[in-house]
Design a protein around this ligand. Structure first.
Ligand code: SAM
Ligand code: SF4
Length: 347
């Protein structure tokens, strides 16, 4: 008889098991987005104020040890994917050390990072060596002038250089995130797709969400993903839907039938995907949120800093997930814009 190896005997390094993070709508949470800073080296108008940004003092921001402790606890509850974000994660000093520490946490099998790419050329190699698997680079425009209009700072050329170096050091299937804004980026749609096709990037268009610091968002500024898809089909060629591999992925993916790459659409405004959401969030100053649009937060930092036990931390996260709403309700009359802007939450 063949012998099967089983894990029935407790393995010396087995992960302590805690109740998985299932909310009242049956959504299992396996994905954590960690904001490592609220600081940024540019000032995108859909995210931050242009000037006089009030950043959190450094002592309010979680240390790498605190973040790692939090991750160790939630990994025991089934979180297996992490995304580092911000603010701009690459302005946090030695961010590769955090990646290295998180990659060692039992149960974590995927670490990704979203960056504006400005400091990527300098840091890509170290991030890769530390165990970062996936990169998303934000690029809304393919010309320096439109970039400046959005970011209110320079940096376009540095992003292109960052992308080049990231590919050189071995990052594959880099995703480009482009926020589409009516009146500003229509003329960027086709050039961005051409750039992605030529260079092997996976481009995703994101609908503009009401998370700008100035509170100026208006539905009329949203370019629906469907509209962008039609433009690409007319200007470049037919797109075919790709099979859904993971229903919790926010993007709906297509491939150009000529074999020239894939395009994704993240349509939170016109086609909300809250029904399959598996995401939990930790802000830079240690507040746990169950949604980008959450108006409530759970204070993990206070617990971490007063010597709270792991089980207390686990219970705080369960409390947060327990009351998660069915959806963000952007299109309903009762929608309440969160107090915080995108850079203060972590996108
Ligand atoms: N600084 C990094 C960057 O820009 O990639 C990471 C943080 S940023 C908040 C994460 C993502 O959120 C970026 O792709 C950005 O374009 C997107 N984003 C920011 N504000 C947004 C908004 N109001 N609507 C839609 N996407 C937004
Ligand atoms: Fe900075 Fe990213 Fe916000 Fe732009 S979207 S201001 S790069 S944090």
């Amino acid at each position: 008889m063949g012998s099967l190896v089983t894990n029935s005997a407790a393995a010396p390094h087995s992960i302590p098991h805690r109740e998985p993070l299932v909310d009242r709508f049956g959504r299992l949470h396996t994905n954590l987005r960690i904001s490592v800073t609220d600081r940024c080296n540019i000032r995108c108008f859909y995210c931050m104020p242009a000037e006089n940004v009030q950043f959190k003092p450094r002592h309010e921001i979680l240390t790498f040890e605190e973040i790692t402790r939090f991750v160790r606890v939630v990994a025991q509850m089934g979180i297996n994917k992490l995304r580092l974000t911000g603010g701009e994660p690459l302005v946090r000093q030695n961010i590769d050390e955090l990646v290295r520490a998180l990659a060692k946490v039992p149960g974590i099998d995927d670490i990704a990072l979203t960056t504006n790419g400005i400091l990527l050329a300098e840091q890509a190699q170290a991030l890769r060596a530390a165990g970062l698997k996936r990169l998303n680079v934000s690029l809304d425009a393919l010309d320096a002038e439109t970039f400046r209009k959005i970011a209110r700072r320079d940096g376009f050329e540095r992003i292109l250089e960052g992308l080049r170096v990231a590919q050189q050091v071995g990052f594959e299937r880099i995703k480009l995130n482009a926020v589409a804004i009516r009146g500003i980026t229509e003329a960027q749609i086709v050039p961005l797709a051409g750039f992605a096709r030529q260079n092997g990037f996976e481009l995703r268009f994101i609908e503009f969400m009401p998370l700008d610091a100035d509170g100026a968002w208006d539905n009329s500024q949203v370019i629906p993903g469907e509209e962008i898809r039609r433009v690409l089909e007319t200007e470049i060629g037919p797109l075919a839907p790709l099979p859904v591999v993971d229903a919790s992925q926010p993007a709906t993916d297509f491939r150009f039938i000529d074999g020239g790459g894939t395009i994704g659409f993240i349509n939170p405004v016109t086609q909300p995907f809250c029904g399959d959401c598996n995401r939990l969030r930790l802000t830079a100053e240690g507040q746990v949120r169950n949604c980008l649009f959450s108006t409530e937060e759970w204070d993990a930092r206070a617990l971490l800093r007063r010597g709270g036990q792991d089980e207390e931390l686990a219970e705080l996260v369960r409390d947060c997930i327990r009351v998660k709403k069915a959806g963000h309700g952007i299109n309903s009359d009762e929608f309440l814009k969160p107090q915080r802007a995108m850079y203060q939450i972590g996108g």
